[in-house]
Structure formats: C-alpha cells, structure tokens
Design a protein around this ligand. Structure first.
Ligand code: CTP
Ligand code: MG
Length: 244
C-alpha cells in the first residue's frame, strides 16, 4: 500500500533532519489478538514493521524512535533489525502521551540537532509517503505544527452523558485527524513540558500552549487500525494492491 519513494523528490537539508517517534506501546485491546497491536501481522508483516518502513521509505526521515511495551523492547528491536530497519526502541509508558514523552526524551538525546519531529501511530502503518513528505515539508517551511486531516463523511452529534443530543456541529468545519503529526522540535518539547497531561493527539498539547496548528490533506490509507474490521480492510487493500 505504501508506494515506493519517489527518487526525484529529493529532501531538503531541513527535511533530512526529521526524526520520527512511533508510539507502539499499546495493548491493542480492541483488536483482541492477545498481543500488542504493533506486533499483529498484516499479510505476514507486523503493523510496526509496515509503519517504520513507510517512514524510512518516504525519504525525509533521518532517525526513528519506537516506544514499545516495556516487556517487548528487546523483541521489538530484534524484529526491526531482522527486517533491516534502523530504529531505536525504548520502553513506552502507561498511556500514549507518556510513551511519546519517553521517546521524545530519547530522540532529543540522540538527534539533538533535529529540526522536525514527526509523531506517527504504529496503528496507522499504511500512511502514503506523499502524506509523510507533505507534513515534513510544511514544518520545514516554517509551520510549528502540522496535522494531516480529512473531511468528515458522517454527521456528528454532541450528546450528554445520557446520550441525548445537545447539538449538531457544522460538519463543514470538522476534520478527521491522522498521523504523522509534524512539529518544530522546540514547539513539541515545550508543549510536553508545559501542557503534558494526557491528550489523544500531540497537536492537542500544542493547541493548549497557544501555538497554531496547520493542516495538510490526509489520505484514507492513513486510517487507524483499531478493530478486527479495520484489520480486515487493511488486509484486503494490501492484497488487492490498490495504489493510494
Ligand atoms: N500507544 C502507546 N502507549 C500506550 C498506549 C498506546 O504507545 N500506553 C500507541 C499504540 O501502540 C498505537 C497508538 O498509541 O500505535 C494509538 O493507540 P491505540 O490505537 O489506542 O492503540 P492501543 O492502545 O494499542 O489499542 P487499544 O486502545 O484498543 O488497547
Ligand atoms: Mg489505546
């Protein structure tokens, strides 16, 4: 599903200084495989392997740091090494925010001159290379925070705790958010220092410190694999060889 990298699209020196953080320390409870979701195979290859290969093949990421379940650090490092993929693997935390924080701390140590940092869910392992490049390019061009988004297909309702509808937000102003999310390294570091409580995405922390978040077009293939249904879709699309 991830198209081959386009060798005519040479990364700029700023883009080449991008470091990618891959939170992969979740348990995958909704998928229900009994193993961490990042290790679940699609067409015989672990989601995490697809995700890391996609980042490296995009041609604009210099270094990858994976946050793995603490008990799976060695096995995850071995898995990636056996696939010939260069990545550092660190122990993740109790929630996604903590996993990103731990991986970010490592990234700053090993690539202190990184300018762009991507945060990319292992569960969105089929994000096309052109989306990854667009996010990096937008940050390299000066945006402090950039997220890939899609228009909403469904109408969304706001409800109270009892499930009664309170309001219908204007769908035209809503977007579905994907990863990789890209940041100026200094901005993301500050967001984690100043607003680092739990958030469902990293841009949410950046919003809390008052920094504007820009958007670029996402892609259907950047869907998050959460349930067995999502996994079945990923298997089908990959086996059908449908180009993004
Ligand atoms: N993640 C993480 N550390 C955690 C929890 C989640 O690094 N403590 C990662 C997951 O591995 C995944 C991404 O954050 O790549 C998005 O989380 P989600 O899709 O919720 O994955 P899981 O937490 O594994 O799934 P579930 O919530 O169904 O258990
Ligand atoms: Mg989760």
């Amino acid at each position: 599903m991830t198209p081959p990298s386009d060798s005519s699209d040479r990364s700029t020196p700023e883009q080449a200084r991008a470091v990618a953080i891959v939170p992969a320390a979740g348990r995958g409870e909704r998928l229900g495989f009994g193993v961490p979701k990042a290790l679940v195979p699609v067409r015989g290859t672990a989601l995490l392997t697809h995700a890391v290969r996609g980042l490296l093949d995009a041609g604009c990421v210099r270094h990858v740091v994976v946050a793995a379940p603490p008990t799976e650090v060695e096995s995850t490092a071995a898995l990636l090494r056996d696939e010939g993929l260069a990545a550092d693997v660190v122990a993740g935390g109790a929630d996604r925010t903590e996993s990103v924080r731990l991986a970010l701390r490592h990234a700053i140590k090993v690539v202190p001159d990184a300018r762009v940092v991507l945060v990319h869910d292992a569960a969105r392992c089929f994000t096309p290379a052109h989306v990854i490049r667009a996010v990096v390019a937008a940050v390299a061009a000066g945006a402090p925070a950039v997220i890939p988004v899609l228009p909403m297909a469904d109408t969304v309702k706001q409800v109270d705790f009892g499930g009664t509808v309170l309001a219908t937000p204007d769908r035209a102003a809503l977007r579905v958010v994907q990863t990789p999310q890209g940041f100026d390294l200094a901005t993301l570091t500050r967001a984690y220092a100043e607003a680092g409580d739990s958030a469902t995405d990293d841009a949410g922390l950046v919003e809390k410190i008052g920094v504007p978040v820009a958007t670029v077009p996402g892609h259907a293939y950047a869907m998050k694999i959460t349930t067995p249904f999502d996994l079945a879709i990923a298997e089908f699309v990959l086996s059908a060889g449908v180009a993004p």
